[in-house]
Structure formats: structure tokens, C-alpha cells
Design a binder for this molecule. Structure first.
Ligand code: SF4
Length: 485
């Protein structure tokens, strides 16, 4: 699989706006002066940004131009820039700089790499940085962060920063060159750190083949589940997308990366895989499983997972339900995750009998799994269980989704010991997962809680969190979440 560099750069360029800019960029922005950028770049080698920034502030109080630098002797410069790394060498380079500029370039700062490397203390990295940051000309500065991160991604396979620079010149689109160093330095300083990278908080972890993983089950099994060392637990999301093709146009991929799910269960996909774009069929690090309805543009379920299931089961073995793509099960080492799209009882409860038959068939299926492994059932249940689960319970009494018989099935599940995981953590009213498209229902929060994660009693201690992500838009439902050890 090719590394999706365009996607990653677009995500990171947004993300790093939250971080402190690297010192050389700051000097460039603040001074717009190639001489000061050159000096800051020389000082910054093997030195923390805070130390470089302080040294720059002190030095630029004494000098404004290369000409001014002539007035300082080497010892003076040493004292001013101390404690930057290799301050004695750097003082020597700075002291020699004005003369070199005069003799080689008539006092001006050159704007190309080949000329800059002729100056004292200026290597390719410094030269590339000055060209890109000070002159805004295409050049790729490869420092340790850039070299390390692009190799972690597998975007290049190189041994030295020079090899990396050459490889990037070959394959990285030129439009990214100027900003590439500052983006990756900020990202490398804050998230993808050289020691203990923060993969659990990394916005591109879903795309990164170098994410730090650990096996959560005994080695030697043919199928093992890769537990990601992110939260110390697995994070599952369930979302009725109400048409995946439409949602793709509304930014499904951005939400996908934002959720950063270990498993994402989708309902009402209303599409077959051949109707979907390549980018969502092959998401790096994830496998996907599709169970569309036979009827085009209708119902259907799907899974994305970066955990490896030991088995995948499509349907309940009952054609009238399976033809609508209503249930997929991922079986893992010690639990089942059942993704379900319950039928809608429809206006005047026209399809209530069909729904109740489905409910019973699903319950029988759950019973058949019971006792073997923990059972998690998620999805759009198409029913609000209690009055607290919808905005207008009285007005909706016996309406589809809130009829006595549908709620009685939920009672039966709870009586059998299944845990409504959201209610384990919150008794709050006003937390809904579905809103009608009519009457600005979502803006007014006139909604229903009809999407659930339920877990059988054997898994109670493994439930570590559950929530509703009502800040996510794009469908008339929002995603719901379960954190599970
Ligand atoms: S997932 Fe981890 S290794 Fe990969 S880019 Fe993010 S922080 Fe770095």
C-alpha cells in the first residue's frame, strides 16, 4: 500500500498550527531577514529551541546586520550565545561569516544551496532551511525529525539524512517542500517524539504503519488480535451513516481519522463496495467487511477494524433479514462484536411484526453465542428504551421506535443481564443519537437515543467508558462509543 502522503500532510499542516513553531520559522516570521534566519539556523543545530531563542534574542540586541557582526570578537560572541550546543565552534563560524559573505557574495546572503554551503558552519541542512524559510524557495531541509519520521512512515527507506533529502527530492511533490521541515519538526517535537512517540494522541495513527503496537494475546496463535498501545483499552464506535456515498462527500474520511477507532461499525450504508471510492475501501492499517442489502441503496452494515478478528460471520442465517444486510459479527479471541441495524417499525407500525421477528431471531443468536465469549452488540436499535431516552416521550407513545412491544424487547434484554453501556456512566436526559431532519430538530436537540452498545454480564468489568459523540455531523445519527479492555 502506498503511503498517503497528500492526506497526511494536509492533516498535519492543520494539526501543527496548535503547536509552537520551530525557532527558525519564528525568526523568519518576526524579522523577514535572511541574515537573521541564517544566524538562527547556525545557532539552532543540536540545541533546544528555547535555548536558541534566548541566544538569538541576546545576539540580535548587539547586531542587526552582518556588518555589525564584525564589531564582535570571537570571545564576545561565545559569551553571548552560550549555552547553545557547540558554542565555541558556532562563535568561530559567526565571527568568520561577514568576511566570507563579503569575499564570496559581495556581502549579500545567497539564496541557493550550492552557494550557501560555501559559508562557514553551513551544511546542507542549514542551507536548505535558509533557502526554504528565508527565501521561500523550494528546498527540503532534512533534520533528524524529518529523516526519522519519513522512515517510520515507510515513505522512504534511507540510512542518512542526505539519502533522505535525495529520496524526498525524487518523490515528495515540490508544492510541499518549503513547509515540510517546519511541519515535521513541530510534529516530531510534540507528538512523534524520538523516544516514546505519543501514538495514542497521534492524529495520523490510522495511517501510520510504524504505530507502536503490542500483542494483547498469547503468542503462537495463528490469529492474534493486535491491541494498540494507545489508551490501554480498545475503542469501538458505532454509527448509522444514513448513506455512505453521501457521507463521503460530506467529509467521512476526516471524521474517520478524527475518531481514530480500533473498530468502527457502520449501519445503513446504502451501498455496495463497488459503488464506493477506493480511498474508503482501502484505508491503511484497517480491514473492512461489507454486508450490503440485496436491494440497491438500502440498509446494509459494514465494519472497519485494525484489530484482527479470528472469524467474521455475515447475517443470522435467515434470508429475509440477511437479504437486508442487517447483522455482521466479528469474532475476536475472547469476545464477539455484533454490528446490527434493526428494522424500523415504520409509520402506523406497518413493519412492527417484521421488526419483532428480527428482534427474536437476534436474541436467539445472542443466546447461541452466550457462555462462549463476551458478547457486545452495537448499532441502530431503532428504539428509545425509556422516557429519558427521547425528547417528547408522551407525544410519541406507541409511535414507531417507542411502541410498547419494541420497548418490551429492550426490557427483556436488560432483564437477561445485558448492560446499556451509556447508561452505566450517565443518567443524563437530553443525550440523543438521532434527530429528525425536519423542524430543525437537531439544532433544538429534539432527539432520540436509539443507538447503543450493549454488553452481556460477563463483560461488565471490561467496560471502561461509553459516550455519545453528538458533535459529529454528516448523518441524522451521531456516533456512539464504547471503551473496552
Ligand atoms: S502513530 Fe506514532 S509512530 Fe506513527 S506518526 Fe504517529 S506518533 Fe509517530
Amino acid at each position: 500500500m502506498l503511503f498517503p502522503i497528500d492526506k497526511v500532510i494536509s492533516i498535519l499542516e492543520q494539526d501543527v498550527k496548535r503547536y509552537r513553531a520551530p525557532i527558525v520559522d519564528l525568526v523568519a516570521v518576526q524579522t523577514k531577514d535572511p541574515f537573521k534566519v541564517l544566524v538562527a539556523t547556525i545557532l539552532s543545530a543540536r540545541t533546544k529551541d528555547e535555548v536558541t531563542a534566548a541566544a538569538c534574542r541576546r545576539l540580535f540586541k548587539h547586531i542587526d546586520t552582518a556588518e555589525d557582526l564584525k564589531s564582535l570578537d570571537k570571545e564576545n560572541i561565545e559569551k553571548i550565545i552560550y549555552p547553545v550546543g557547540f558554542y565555541r565552534n558556532k562563535a568561530r563560524f559567526l565571527h568568520a561569516l561577514p568576511l566570507a559573505l563579503d569575499s564570496l557574495f559581495k556581502g549579500r546572503i545567497p539564496d541557493d544551496v550550492d552557494s550557501l554551503v560555501k559559508l562557514p558552519g553551513v551544511g546542507r541542512k542549514t542551507a536548505n532551511l535558509v533557502v526554504s524559510v528565508a527565501f521561500q524557495k523550494p528546498a527540503i531541509c532534512v533534520d533528524t525529525h524529518v529523516h526519522r519520521i519519513v522512515n517510520i512512515w515507510g515513505y522512504v527507506n534511507t540510512k542518512t539524512p542526505f539519502e533522505t533529502e535525495m529520496a524526498l527530492r525524487e518523490k515528495l511533490p515540490e508544492k510541499y517542500w518549503i513547509r515540510f521541515n517546519s511541519t515535521l519538526v513541530a510534529f516530531g517535537q510534540q507528538v512523534c517524539k524520538p523516544i516514546r512517540p505519543l501514538c495514542d494522541r497521534c492524529i495520523i495513527s490510522a495511517l501510520c504503519p510504524g504505530i507502536k503496537m503490542k500483542s494483547s494475546v498469547k503468542s503462537g496463535n495463528k490469529h492474534t488480535e493486535n491491541g494498540y498501545d494507545r489508551y490501554g483499552y480498545k475503542r469501538f464506535f458505532s454509527w448509522n451513516v444514513n448513506g455512505l456515498r453521501a457521507l463521503v462527500k460530506k467529509g467521512f474520511m476526516d471524521v474517520f481519522y478524527h475518531l481514530n477507532a480500533d473498530v468502527l461499525a457502520l449501519q445503513e450504508i446504502k451501498a455496495t463496495p463497488d459503488q464506493l471510492p477506493e480511498e474508503i475501501l482501502k484505508i491503511p492499517s484497517y480491514k473492512s467487511y461489507w454486508f450490503p442489502a440485496r436491494k440497491k441503496g438500502y440498509a446494509g452494515t459494514a465494519f472497519y477494524t485494525r484489530l484482527n478478528p479470528v472469524n467474521v460471520k455475515y447475517g443470522l442465517g435467515i434470508d429475509r433479514f440477511d437479504s437486508e444486510g442487517r447483522v455482521i459479527t466479528l469474532e475476536f479471541e475472547d469476545y464477539y462484536l455484533v454490528n446490527t441495524y434493526f428494522p424500523n417499525a415504520q409509520a402506523e407500525l406497518k413493519r412492527l411484526d417484521f421488526k419483532l421477528e428480527f428482534n427474536e431471531a437476534l436474541f436467539t443468536y445472542m443466546e447461541s453465542l452466550s457462555g462462549k465469549k463476551t458478547i457486545i452488540v452495537c448499532g441502530d436499535f431503532n428504539v428509545a428504551h425509556k422516557p429519558v431516552d427521547l425528547a417528547n416521550p408522551d407525544a410519541n407513545e406507541n409511535n414507531p421506535g417507542y411502541s410498547q412491544k419494541e420497548r418490551a424487547w429492550m426490557d427483556k434484554i436488560v432483564d437477561a443481564g445485558y448492560i446499556d453501556t451509556f447508561r452505566k456512566f450517565s443518567g443524563e436526559p437530553g443525550r440523543y443519537t438521532w434527530w429528525s431532519y425536519r423542524y430543525r430538530a437537531r439544532a433544538k436537540n429534539i432527539g432520540w437515543r436509539i443507538d447503543y452498545f450493549i454488553v452481556d454480564p460477563s463483560g461488565e468489568k471490561r467496560i471502561v467508558g461509553a459516550d455519545i459523540h453528538d458533535d459529529i455531523f454528516g448523518s441524522d445519527h451521531c456516533p456512539v462509543r464504547l471503551d473496552f479492555v
